[in-house]
Design a protein around this ligand. Structure first.
Ligand SMILES: *[C@@H]1O[C@H](CO)[C@@H](O)[C@H](O)[C@H]1NC(C)=O
Ligand SMILES: *[C@@H]1O[C@H](CO)[C@@H](O)[C@H](O)[C@H]1NC(C)=O
Ligand SMILES: *[C@@H]1O[C@H](CO)[C@@H](O)[C@H](O)[C@H]1NC(C)=O
Ligand SMILES: *[C@@H]1O[C@H](CO)[C@@H](O)[C@H](O)[C@H]1NC(C)=O
Ligand SMILES: *[C@@H]1O[C@H](CO)[C@@H](O)[C@H](O)[C@H]1NC(C)=O
Length: 448
């Protein structure tokens, strides 16, 4: 294995002068006025793009995008799901990660639409020490929304797209494997956004591949933690029949924080004319799948701009603001007939690709939900919990007063870190055989 492991951060600055110019990242904007105008993006729109692209860039920092790493591996074509295709040790000092942690990027084979093999990438963060006589416990982390085009790879971010999230796992000594999800990083296939079924395949096979990358290093037991898009993923993972096979080891269960499990419930509770930042991404959900029913989301003006998300490789913040200057942020007027049509599309999608829509759950799930979450409405999560429990799945739902969508991860970490610890050490947890919903109390009520 050692022979192909090398430090690759920094190499891209040495691009030879004969090679065509490539920006340090594919989402470095260098659009021309003509290109923007060809997509109905006038001067105000161009100003917005420049302004919000700066915010997107902050998510990735100064680490150059390793184009060569993200290219499909030569041996992908005859590989099998869970095969490791590329492994690189990154220069940890160039990243903002907890001291002592080593950082690796990995390309591996996953499963996409209709059971086809697809390449995916991930990063692996390893703790410095190991406990004598013990293997290192392994957690798969599934990140929240970062964007839907290939430039938006969490593994290409200076801190692995940490927002007081996956890095909390390094203190207690977990090894973390964090998938980018297929289509983010590598561009063999388009990303399938907000898709608990397919995103859970990427998470599952990241674990199988991580074991091949570091044979014998990890405990047979593993667990998953995810936020938002990744929480839908972890819910999907608990219903993915693969977790009962031994191929990945012994899957203990997962933690799902602010889950995007059921699209129709989420978009009914917070419609797109309120949560307009998701307009382009919801279009992507259906277009990338060539789904038989396409919802009506964007106005004709906004639809003309939609291809810019791909051409300019816009990640979450700049795609969200692409239509900031259009009336109603480019979201259509939801007449009763459009609303009805969209519900049909959302329900058909969530039945096929969602979670908590009637499938058996194989492993325990801890769901965490902030009552004031502005993105994932608490009532949508309660409905998902109730439906899952009704068919006999074991779900624990913890509700947290206050907190917004992003702060719920770190604020609830005492609970989910304890839950993980109990799972790995085999401590029986209270009510592990039944569904429980409870509201956690806060130390200081600062709302008064
Ligand atoms: C995919 O990425 C490769 C470089 O890795 C690039 O040459 C190619 O144009 C990209 N394809 C698409 C469809 O973006
Ligand atoms: C693909 O090639 C890499 C080395 O280039 C190797 O480490 C890996 O095991 C190969 N994977 C498969 C499935 O052949
Ligand atoms: C690793 O990164 C640090 C900080 O960016 C840099 O000073 C150092 O030269 C790098 N080492 C290698 C081997 O590239
Ligand atoms: C998946 O297969 C179905 C049925 O054969 C087909 O209609 C659909 O287009 C396929 N999806 C994709 C994304 O290729
Ligand atoms: C959840 O539903 C209840 C009962 O219908 C309603 O009173 C409450 O406002 C809803 N909460 C949110 C955050 O939408």
């Amino acid at each position: 294995m050692k022979s192909f492991v090398y430090i690759s951060a920094g190499f891209l600055s040495l691009v030879s002068s004969t090679e065509a110019y490539r920006p340090s990242r594919p989402n470095d904007l260098d659009f021309t006025q003509a290109q923007a105008e060809a997509h109905n993006c006038g001067l105000v729109c161009q100003q917005n793009l420049r302004q919000y692209e700066v915010l997107d860039r902050q998510v990735f920092g100064d680490v150059p995008f390793d184009y060569e790493f993200y290219e499909t591996a030569a041996n992908f074509s005859h590989s099998r799901p869970g095969d490791m295709l590329k492994l690189r040790q990154q220069n940890a000092s160039a990243y903002d990660i907890p001291p002592g942690t080593s950082l690796w990027t990995m390309q591996y084979t996953s499963v996409g639409v209709n059971g086809t093999n697809v390449p995916a990438t991930a990063f692996i963060a390893l703790p410095y020490t190991k406990v004598p006589e013990h293997k290192t416990p392994l957690v798969a982390y599934a990140h929240g929304t970062i964007g839907v085009v290939s430039a938006c790879a969490a593994s290409s971010s200076y801190n692995g797209f940490d927002y007081h999230s996956w890095q909390l796992l390094t203190g207690p000594g977990y090894a973390v494997v964090a998938t980018d999800y297929a289509g983010l990083g590598n561009n063999y296939t388009s990303h399938k956004y907000g898709n608990p079924v397919l995103n859970s395949e990427d998470t599952y096979f990241s674990v199988v591949a991580a074991r091949k990358a570091f044979p014998g290093a990890f405990t047979d037991k593993w667990a998953a933690v995810g936020h938002s898009q990744g929480a839908g993923t972890v819910w999907g993972l608990s219903e993915n029949p693969r977790v009962v096979s031994k191929e990945s080891g012994d899957y203990l269960g997962g933690v799902s924080i602010a889950p995007s499990s059921r699209l129709n419930d989420i978009l009914t509770a917070v419609p797109l004319n309120v949560g307009w930042g998701f307009g382009n991404e919801v279009v992507n959900i259906f277009q990338a799948l060539k789904f038989p029913i396409q919802p009506i989301v964007l106005t004709p003006e906004a639809l003309k701009r939609y291809p810019l998300m791909y051409e300019l490789q816009l990640c979450d913040t700049s795609q969200a603001e692409l239509n900031a200057d259009l009336p109603n942020h480019g979201i259509v007027d939801f007449t009763p007939s459009i609303t009805q049509h969209n519900h049909e599309a959302y329900i058909a999608f969530q039945n096929k690709y969602g979670a908590a829509t009637g499938r058996k759950g194989y492993k325990e799930l801890l769901v965490i939900q902030a009552i004031d979450d502005e993105v994932i409405n608490v009532n949508a999560t309660k409905a998902a919990y109730e439906d899952a429990c009704k068919i006999g799945n074991i779900v624990h739902l913890s509700l947290y007063p206050g907190l917004d969508h992003d702060s719920s991860v770190a604020a609830s970490s005492p609970e989910w870190l304890e839950w993980l610890d109990n799972k790995f050490t085999g401590v029986a947890t209270r009510d592990s055989h039944k569904c429980v919903m409870e509201t956690r109390s806060v130390l200081l009520d600062t709302s008064r």
